[in-house]
Write a protein that binds this ligand. Structure first.
Ligand SMILES: Cc1ncc(COP(=O)(O)O)c(C=O)c1O
Length: 381
C-alpha cells in the first residue's frame, strides 16, 4: 500500500505524500495562515521547525512548556493573543488539542504516528503532518493529512511548485544508508556504526545540539519571507533532500517500513511500560503508558554521562532539542513568559527508544532524577 494510503486509512483524511514532514508543515502554514500572523508554538522541537515558521512569514510566539511532558502548557497560554497554534506532540506525548479549538491548528505529528486520544492525533487540526523517518524509520518522507479534497488539491499544486528534481543515485544512497542504520540497530552494531560515521565525517555539524544560527544571514533571509528557498540552509538541517522529488525506490522503501509499524506495536508498548516504572520518567508518560510512544522521555541528572554510558552499550541518543528556541534564536521569536521549565526540560531530558528499552535499562536503572530548582512550578502534584 502506498504510504499516503496507509496514513489515509489510519486518519480517514485526504493525504499527500511528501519528501519530508518539514515540507508538509511549511505547506500547511502557508495554506492556512497569512504572513504576519502570530503562531503559538513550543520552544522544544527540531531546529528546522522554527526556521520553516519564519520562512512562512509568521511570528513565532513561544509558549510556556509543561514540565510534565515538554509540550505547550495550555493552561498558562493567552490564546486571544495568537492567530494559530502549532503543536509538537513531543516524543509522541499528546498536546492538549482540545484547548486550542477555535484557532487555526496545525499538528506536527512527526513523533505521534501511533498516538490516539478519542481519535488519532493528526485529525484534530486543519492539518496533521506525519514523518516517515520516525516510527517507520524510513530515512525520509512525510505525509500531510487534511479534511477536504479541495484543500488537498491546492496543497498538491503548492507541493509540486516547491519540489526540486531528485536524483536516482542520491535516492539509492539514502535508502541504502537507512537500511544499514536499521540493520546496525537490529544486530546491536550501533557503536561501530557510529564510530564509522564519525570517521567518515557523516555527522551533521552542530553547535551543541543545535545547528549554527548564523544570525546576520538569517536576518537577510527574513527580508524575503514568505519564501522557502532563502531558508534552505536552515530548514534542510539534517535532511538536505527535504524537498527533492522521490522516485519509486524511496516510495517502495517507505511503504515497506510503514507496513512494519503495526507489527512492532506490542514491543513498543512493552518498552513504554518498563521505562514508565523508572523513577526518572517524565510525569506525562505515566498518564500515557498505553500509547506506543516514539521515545520515552526521562529527566535525569548528568545527562551527558548517561548518553556516553548508553553509547557504550550500543544505544544512540537523538532528538535532543536544547536550548529552547527563545534562548537559541533570541530576536527571532517572541520569548516565553516563563522560560525556566523549558530550559529545565531541554537540558535534562533523555529520550529513550522503547523498542530497545532492554538494552538501555541496565544504564537507566542507576540514573538519578534531574534536580529541580523551582519544584513548585516544575513538578506538579
Ligand atoms: C518534532 C519534529 N518535527 C518534525 C521533524 C521533521 O521531520 P522530517 O525529517 O520528516 O522533515 C522532526 C525531525 O526530527 C521532529 O523531531
Amino acid at each position: 500500500m502506498r504510504p499516503e494510503s496507509a496514513v489515509a486509512e489510519r486518519t480517514g483524511r485526504h493525504c499527500l505524500l511528501l519528501p519530508s514532514n518539514r515540507m508538509g508543515l511549511y505547506l500547511a502554514l502557508r495554506h492556512w495562515c497569512t504572513p504576519g500572523m502570530r503562531l503559538l508554538m513550543s520552544p522544544i522541537s527540531a531546529d528546522e521547525i522554527l526556521f520553516l515558521v519564519l520562512a512562512a512569514g509568521l511570528r513565532p510566539v513561544i509558549a510556556p512548556v509543561s514540565p510534565r511532558d515538554g509540550n505547550i502548557d495550555a493552561s498558562r497560554v493567552d490564546l486571544s493573543s495568537v492567530d494559530a497554534v502549532l503543536t509538537t506532540n513531543l516524543y509522541g506525548l499528546p498536546d492538549d488539542v482540545a484547548a486550542f479549538s477555535g484557532k487555526i491548528l496545525i499538528e506536527d505529528v512527526a513523533h505521534a504516528l501511533e498516538t490516539t486520544l478519542d481519535r488519532p492525533l493528526g485529525t484534530y487540526g486543519q492539518a496533521g503532518v506525519f514523518s516517515l523517518s520516525k516510527h517507520p524509520g524510513a530515512g525520509s518522507g512525510g505525509v500531510l493529512a487534511v479534511d477536504s479534497a479541495a484543500d488537498l488539491q491546492s496543497l498538491t499544486r503548492a507541493r509540486d511548485l516547491l519540489l526540486e528534481p531528485g536524483a536516482m543515485r542520491t535516492e539509492l544512497v539514502s535508502v541504502a544508508s537507512s537500511m544499514a542504520r536499521q540493520a546496525a540497530l537490529r544486530l546491536d552494531l550501533v557503536r561501530p556504526a557510529l564510530k564509522l560515521m564519525r570517521m567518515l565525517g557523516m555527522e551533521e555539524e552542530r553547535e551543541g545540539y543545535r545547528i549554527g544560527l548564523q544570525s546576520p544571514e538569517l536576518a537577510e533571509a527574513m527580508r524575503l519571507a514568505p519564501a522557502l528557498q532563502p531558508f534552505d540552509p536552515w530548514v534542510r538541517a539534517d535532511l538536505h533532500t527535504y524537498r527533492a522529488r522521490r522516485g519509486w525506490v524511496a516510495r517502495w522503501y517507505q511503504s515497506r517500513r510503514l507496513a512494519k509499524v503495526p507489527g512492532e506495536r506490542s514491543r513498543r508498548l512493552a518498552g513504554v511500560a518498563s521505562l514508565a516504572e523508572l523513577p526518572t520518567v517524565a510525569d506525562g508518560v505515566r498518564s500515557h503508558v498505553h500509547q506506543p510512544l516514539f521515545r520515552v522521555p526521562l529527566l535525569v541528572h548528568d545527562r551527558d554521562t548517561a548518553i556516553a554510558a548508553l553509547e557504550r552499550r550500543g544505544v544512540a541518543t537523538g532528538y535532543l532539542y536544547d536550548p529552547p528556541y527563545d534562548d537559541y534564536a533570541p530576536g527571532f521569536t517572541e520569548p516565553s513568559p516563563d522560560p525556566e521549565p523549558a530550559r529545565w526540560w531541554a537540558s535534562n531530558v533523555l529520550p529513550v527508544d522503547p523498542l530497545y528499552a532492554h538494552r538501555a535499562l541496565p544504564v537507566l536503572q542507576d540514573l538519578m532524577p534531574a534536580r529541580s530548582d523551582r519544584p513548585e512550578s516544575r513538578i506538579p502534584s
